[in-house]
Ligand binder design. Structure first.
Ligand SMILES: NC(=O)c1ccc[n+]([C@@H]2O[C@H](COP(=O)([O-])OP(=O)(O)OC[C@H]3O[C@@H](n4cnc5c(N)ncnc54)[C@H](O)[C@@H]3O)[C@@H](O)[C@H]2O)c1
Ligand SMILES: CC(C)[C@H](C(=O)O)[C@@H](O)C(=O)O
Length: 367
């Protein structure tokens, strides 16, 4: 029997997370009841930098357990630059979730919305549609808790060590090829581009060899490599050449913000961290300390992350209504921007949280 009741762990986090979470839950409830047949049960937990400041704990065990046992987790954003662990690093429990739940594929779509004045003005750039897959459990982030400083004073040196494992590469490359295959059936190029720095670092040469080995199992998909510096150039010069990009954790962190820039800002960029069974959905953006409490937070990335969650749940459970609900959210957002009535603050306009939310709900009601 098809599953119809879904438990969702909700982590509003810090900063603008509190301004975009409730409205996203309202949107998801509305769209799910519109298509009928399913129910979402949300349970919210405090976690993040402010919670750490108050309690000394960034991610309560109860929240972690709930995330492990629920059908999916929806997270807004966490971290505040003024709140840090004693070693100077910021509070970032989203990294713990990715690692402990083995969410190795950070899926970060770059899809532009017609109707927005984007930084790249060529016609091709107005219709970007590619996906960056960020390996999310190892890479340079792997040593974040064990970094060391050797020596003292002017002879001190700090070391972070990158980890690129065979298994870590294999699973994320297979995921990328699988996604390219699915997309090819929908008319996309059928291409995976591995982004590395194999001209300088042995760990990336190792990663490239695993990529080439996995590519042999997917001969219907074009496999290519690009160095990360060249990728940064090409993402600005001709981003439409890409279909699926796959890369190391830190490179993916950086390039996905570049991708957000192509879409019109952080408020437009959704993401999903996906493992073999579990997944966490959250916008790419942070807590935006510069705009907290001003009504300027763009909820679009959160809405689209919620849609990614519905789509993932739909495919996991063979539930066509949830896939339909995801498509409706995507369409409502697209129509909202296509109206040319919205211009988010990040693009120099004055459409804030309320204006964007009202427009998306109005467009959803018409579908
Ligand atoms: N996934 C996450 O939870 C996540 C991601 C990035 C940064 N962070 C944390 O957030 C804090 C701030 O980091 P930052 O300033 O480097 O990145 P940020 O993404 O919070 O902000 C970068 C810029 O984008 C704008 N912005 C971001 N989201 C927006 C939205 N939805 N609507 C409108 N404008 C938006 C901000 O106002 C700011 O000018 C830090 O503590 C950082 O560690 C968390
Ligand atoms: C805040 C930070 C820990 C996080 C990351 O580096 O993964 C963020 O930049 C992201 O892109 O999700």
């Amino acid at each position: 029997m098809t599953k119809t009741n879904f438990t969702i762990t909700v982590l509003p986090g810090d900063g603008i997370g509190h301004e975009i979470t409730e409205i996203c839950l309202d949107l998801l409830n509305q769209v799910v009841s519109k298509v009928g047949g399913n129910q979402l049960e949300f349970t919210s937990f405090a976690a993040g930098a402010a919670h750490y400041k108050e309690t000394g704990i960034s991610l309560p065990e109860e929240a972690m357990q709930h995330a492990f046992n629920s059908d999916a987790t929806l997270l807004a954003c966490m971290g505040l630059p003024s709140i840090r662990y004693p070693d100077g690093r910021e509070i970032a429990p989203q990294l713990e979730l990715r690692e402990k739940m083995d969410l190795f594929a950070g899926v970060r779509p770059v899809k532009t919305m017609p109707g927005l004045p984007l930084p790249l003005t060529s016609d091709a750039a107005k219709n970007l549609d590619f996906v960056l897959i960020r390996e999310s459990t190892e890479g340079l982030f792997a040593s974040r808790e064990t970094f060391k400083i050797e020596g003292e004073g002017e002879s001190a040196a700090a070391y972070d060590t990158q980890k690129i494992s065979y298994q870590g590469c294999k699973r994320v490359f297979d995921f990328a090829f699988g996604l390219a295959k699915q997309r090819k059936q929908q008319g996309y190029q059928g291409k995976v581009t591995c982004v590395d720095k194999a001209n300088v670092l042995g760990s990336f040469y190792f990663m490239r060899q695993v990529f080439d080995e996995r590519a042999k199992n997917h001969t219907d998909i074009t496999a290519e490599h690009i160095y990360v510096d060249a990728a940064a150039l090409q993402l600005v010069a001709k981003p439409w050449q890409f279909d699926v990009l796959v890369t190391e954790n830190m490179f993916g962190d950086i390039l996905s913000d570049l991708g957000a820039g192509l879409m019109g800002g952080m408020g437009m960029a959704p993401s999903a961290d996906i493992g073999f069974e579990k997944a966490v959905f959250q916008p790419c953006h942070g807590t935006a300390p510069d705009i907290i409490g001003q009504g300027k937070a763009n909820p679009t990335a959160m809405f689209l992350s919620g849609a990614m969650m519905l789509d993932w749940l739909g495919h996991q459970h063979n539930n066509v209504q949830l896939i339909k609900a995801a498509n409706l959210v995507n369409k409502a957002v697209e129509n909202a921007y296509a109206s040319e009535e919205l211009l988010p603050y990040e693009l120099g306009g004055n459409s804030g949280t309320k204006a964007i939310t009202d427009k998306v709900f109005a467009e959803l009601a018409k579908l």
